[in-house]
Design a protein around this ligand. Structure first.
Ligand SMILES: [Ca+2]
Length: 478
């Protein structure tokens, strides 16, 4: 996904907004009723984010600013009538998100569309097609509440995995792999991307096409292009117009999340433009109703982003006693051989296939949960969906579809994700103790994580940087 929709001020803010959106789209698609964070980047591959308390790591793909935002995904309303805008100003306090600004933009919606028509024409969408595709279009203001929501509660990594890698999803994925075996085999040959990963993306992004949102992509992206924080979405709206005008996906099948992601693998319109292919050669790149086109387009996306054929996404590993947890950081990349030299082993002491693979160590729940060495393909999955929990779910679901078992190590289920106010409090307490956390924002970014590690180290705790209740309790003590 790709979107934009932000502030003029800074690139950082823009990125923040993007993040929000994307994740939201995801969450909506998944039907998760709690917090999710979406992230997006303007150009590169589509990215989406879902998030929760360790927002921090989640959002922190390599080169991107760790902007994050949160939003609340709401259960999908049934039918447009059930969706009303609250009439409230957005939580972001962005000038374009005040209630008055939203109302004014809604009144001006027709003019805004008229201003976009010439841009569409330059992209080959005739005036006639534009008129037809936008006839009777009204803004869907209920999106403004989703765009700017500030969820108080978040899910933990294991909550996401429980939902996204359920027995049901495993069973359904295996059925589809069998049913569409010929298609998967052909796509695998053409793109070198593991069919189980493709099926897992299908399962995680939309529960195999059953939960991808029910809003008109043209209407959603037009709304986001003209109302609220908007810049990013003009491109998406234009791309959606192109798709519908060309007939790749007809307007009435261009249905998706409020943020404009559509189809079984939740392409954003601009992502479609970069990666969609007509794999079944019927003249249309139909990433909604053609399994061949959906899977090939998704594989094309992953291949373009650097998928390494024949390699896994990562390995569940066991850390030796006395391990230096400061090494568990996405920025600390070493070869598998170097990790082995530090005493890291695969679960069950299985051999690592290639000691030369570069990997980083991920502890999604801190020192008390499972540990993973993540390879290049995990980074590629994170470009597809930048939420760490979602990327892990995709990798794990793929392994389960292939016949693998559950993770061997247990999650610290007695822990829970910190609420927004608890995260604020944690940051304030860290700042009071002299740790540099930047401006408290309730989002646990890299600076906060480093501050947590330093505080943990200074107080004799394992410095895993995990924002647990334990850390918060300790901070509350004098
Ligand atoms: Ca086709």
């Amino acid at each position: 996904m790709t979107k934009r929709g932000s502030l003029r001020p800074t690139l950082f803010m823009t990125v923040v907004a993007h993040i929000l959106l994307i994740v939201l789209a995801l969450a909506v698609g998944l039907g998760l009723s709690e917090a999710v964070v979406a992230q997006q980047t303007p150009q590169p591959a589509r990215q989406r984010l879902a998030q929760d308390n360790w927002l921090t790591r989640i959002l922190q793909p390599s080169a991107q600013p760790s902007a994050q935002a949160q939003t609340q995904a709401q259960p999908q309303a049934q039918g447009g009538a059930a969706r009303e805008w609250s009439g409230q100003s957005g939580g972001s306090r962005h000038p374009l998100m005040t209630a008055d600004a939203i109302r004014a933009a809604a009144v001006d919606f027709g003019n805004c569309l008229a201003g976009i028509a010439p841009l569409a024409e330059r992209r080959g969408v005739s005036r006639e097609a534009f008129e037809q595709l936008t006839a009777g279009l009204t803004p869907d203001l209920s999106i403004m509440d989703l765009l700017d929501a500030q969820p108080e509660f978040n899910k933990s990594p294991w909550d996401y995995l429980d939902i996204l890698v359920s027995d049901e999803r495993i069973a359904r994925g295996r059925e589809l792999l069998a049913q569409d075996g010929a298609v998967f085999a052909a796509v695998e040959r053409a793109y070198g991307v593991d069919r189980h990963i493709l099926a897992a993306i299908w399962g995680v992004e939309s529960n195999y096409g059953t939960k991808g949102g029910d809003r008109s992509v043209l209407r959603s992206t037009a709304t986001l292009a003209c109302v609220g924080r908007r810049d990013f979405f003009r491109e998406e709206f234009l791309a959606a117009l192109e798709i519908a005008a060309r007939g790749d996906v007809k307007a009435d099948r261009l249905i998706g999340s409020w943020a404009g992601a559509f189809g079984p693998t939740q392409f954003m319109p601009s992502t479609f433009k970069r990666f969609a292919v007509d794999f079944d050669h019927d003249g249309r790149r139909d990433v909604v109703d053609s399994v061949a086109d959906v899977m090939a387009s998704t594989a094309n996306n992953l291949k373009t982003d650097g998928w390494v054929p024949g390699e896994s996404w990562g390995y569940e590993v066991v850390l030796p006693a006395g391990f230096d947890y400061l090494l568990a950081d996405r920025s600390k990349q070493m070869t598998v051989g170097q990790w082995q030299a530090l005493g890291i082993k695969r679960i069950g002491d299985k051999p690592f296939p290639r000691a030369s693979e570069k990997a980083f160590l991920l502890l999604p729940a801190g020192a008390r949960g499972p540990a993973f060495l993540m390879l290049q393909n995990f980074r590629v999955i994170m470009k597809y969906n930048p939420a760490e929990a979602y990327a892990l779910a995709i990798g794990h679901l793929a392994d389960r579809l292939r016949g693998g078992g559950p993770f061997a190590q247990v999650w610290p289920r007695e822990e829970r994700a910190l609420s927004m106010s608890e995260r604020f409090e944690m940051q304030q307490l860290l700042a009071q103790r002299g740790y540099d956390i930047g401006e408290p924002d309730g989002l646990l970014g890299p600076r906060t994580r480093i501050a947590i590690r330093n505080f943990q180290a200074a107080t004799g705790q394992i410095p895993d940087g995990f924002a647990s209740m334990l850390v918060l309790d300790r901070l509350r003590q004098p």
